[in-house]
Design a protein around this ligand. Structure first.
Ligand code: SAH
Length: 384
C-alpha cells in the first residue's frame, strides 16, 4: 500500500497554532492554516498523531486535490485518485461528509453521490469486478470526506473514527462540559506548567483538572480509546501495539502534581472523581464540593482556570453578574496567581472588575467565547 501520506490535523478556530505546536513537538514539520495543520508522514505518523495530539479534532489523509466546476470534472477527479492504495476489496467507504463553500458545485448530496460512484467505478476496475454488480462493503470502514472550496476539491479519509476530544474517560458529563481537546488547548496556551499549582473552582465534570493531570504525567490522550485506522489491513498491528506500549511506559507515575477542582454541585464533584479514576489520574487531583466564593489559598504562583456558567446556558443574567463580581473579589487577593477565564459574556471584565491582560477568541462548539487572561505578578526574590 502507501508509504507516505499527506495528512491534516483539524483544529477548532483559534486553536490551529496550538495544534501546530503539538505536531512540531512530536518532531513533525507542519504548516498551520485556517482550521487545520498540514504535515506528511508514514503509518507511524498517523498512529502517533492520533495517540498524542491533545488539542486536535481529527487526523485525516488527503487522498488528492483537484479543480472541478462540473459533476463530470468531479467524477473524473475522484476516479483518477489512487483509491486502490487505501481501500481493500470489501472495505466500507461511505462518503460521510461533503462540504461546498463558494463553489460552482454546491449541492452537497449530489457531490456525495457522484464521488461515491467514482470510487466504486475505480475499485471495480482495479479489482476486476463486473460494473453492474455492487461492491460488497462488509469490511473495515474508511470514511471519505469531500470538501470543495472555491472550486478546488479536497478528498480525504478520516483516520480517527470518533473525534479526538473523545478520550474515553468521560462517564457522565455535567450540564455544559467543555470539550477535552479545548480544555487541553487552553492549558497548553496558559502559563501553567506541571510544577505550578492549578485550581479549577468551577470544575464541573473535571475536564481541566483531568487534562492537566494527563499533561503533567505525560499520558497520551488516546491511550484509552480506539481509532478507525486500527481496523485497516495495511496498518501494522504490531506497530500500533508497540507505540501504545511506548506511550504507556512514558507515563510518569512518580510526579507529584498540585491540581484541585471544586464545584458548587456535589453531584458533579462525584462525576469528576469518577472521570479522573477512569482516566487513571485520580491520585493527582483533589476534588471537593465548594463555592468558588470560598476559595482561599496561601500558595503562590499558581494558575486558576475556570469555565464559569454563562448567561444563556446555565444561569440568569443577574445571577451571572453577581457570580462574576464575587469571582473578581475572591481572586483579587491571589496576586501572584494567573487566571484564565472562559466565558461568552462580553461584559465579563466589567462584572469581574478588572481588565484582562490578554483576550483570545475561541469557539466552544459553535458558541463564540473569550478566554480572559490575567497574568500573576511575579514574586520578587528576597535578597539577603
Ligand atoms: N468545565 C466544566 C464545566 C463548567 S460549567 C466541565 O468540563 O464539566 C460551570 C460550572 O460552574 C457548573 O458545574 C456549576 O455547577 C459551577 N458553578 C456555578 N456557580 C458556582 C459557584 N458559585 N461556585 C462554584 N461552582 C459554581
Amino acid at each position: 500500500m502507501k508509504e507516505k501520506f499527506n495528512l491534516i490535523a483539524t483544529a477548532a478556530a483559534g486553536l490551529e497554532a496550538v495544534v501546530g505546536r503539538e505536531v512540531r513537538d512530536l518532531g513533525i514539520d507542519c504548516q498551520v492554516e485556517n482550521g487545520r495543520v498540514r504535515f506528511s508522514g508514514d503509518v507511524k505518523t498517523i498512529i502517533q498523531t492520533n495517540l498524542w495530539l491533545r488539542s486536535a479534532d481529527r487526523i485525516k489523509i488527503v487522498v488528492g486535490t483537484f479543480p472541478a466546476k462540473t459533476f463530470e470534472e468531479l467524477f473524473q477527479g475522484v476516479f483518477a485518485l489512487d483509491w486502490e492504495n487505501y481501500l481493500p476489496l470489501g472495505a466500507k467507504f461511505p462518503i460521510s461528509k461533503a462540504k461546498c463553500v463558494k463553489s460552482k458545485l454546491h449541492n452537497e448530496p449530489s457531490v456525495q453521490a457522484i464521488s461515491k460512484k467514482a470510487v466504486v467505478k475505480k475499485l471495480q476496475k482495479h479489482y476486476a469486478r463486473p460494473e453492474g454488480v455492487p461492491l460488497q462493503e462488509n469490511g473495515a470502514e474508511f470514511k471519505i470526506e469531500v470538501s470543495i472550496l472555491k472550486d478546488l476539491v479536497t478528498v480525504m479519509i478520516d483516520t480517527s473514527g470518533s473525534s479526538l476530544f473523545k478520550r474515553g474517560y468521560r462517564t457522565e458529563k455535567g450540564g455544559a462540559p467543555i470539550k477535552e481537546n479545548m480544555a487541553a488547548a487552553i492549558l497548553l496556551l496558559s502559563n501553567w506548567y506541571p510544577d505550578k499549582p492549578l485550581i479549577d473552582p468551577t470544575c464541573g465534570s473535571g475536564t481541566f483538572c483531568i487534562e492537566a493531570a494527563m499533561i503533567g504525567m505525560k499520558m497520551a490522550p488516546g491511550l484509552n480509546r480506539s481509532f478507525a485506522f486500527e481496523d485497516w489491513n495495511w496498518v501494522d498491528k504490531d506497530l500500533v501495539r508497540q507505540l501504545r506500549a511506548e506511550a504507556l511506559s512514558q507515563i510518569d507515575q512518580d510526579i507529584q502534581l498540585d491540581i484541585s477542582g471544586s464545584d458548587l454541585d456535589a453531584r458533579l464533584v462525584e462525576i469528576a472523581k469518577k472521570n479522573a479514576e477512569e482516566a487513571g489520574v485520580a491520585d493527582q487531583i483533589h476534588f471537593k464540593q465548594m463555592r468558588l466564593q470560598d476559595l482561599h489559598t496561601e500558595k503562590i504562583n499558581g494558575v486558576i482556570i475556570s469555565n464559569p456558567p454563562y448567561g444563556e446556558r446555565l444561569l440568569d443574567d443577574d445571577a451571572v453578574t453577581q457570580l462574576y463580581q464575587e469571582m473578581g473579589q475572591t481572586f483579587a487577593p491571589l496576586k501572584t496567581w494567573s487566571k484564565f477565564i472562559l466565558t461568552s459574556d462580553e461584559a465579563f471584565e466589567a462584572k469581574y472588575g478588572s481588565q484582562a491582560d490578554k483576550k483570545r477568541k475561541l469557539y466552544n462548539g459553535t458558541l463564540k467565547v473569550d478566554l480572559y487572561q490575567y497574568f500573576g505578578q511575579r514574586v520578587k526574590r528576597q535578597l539577603d
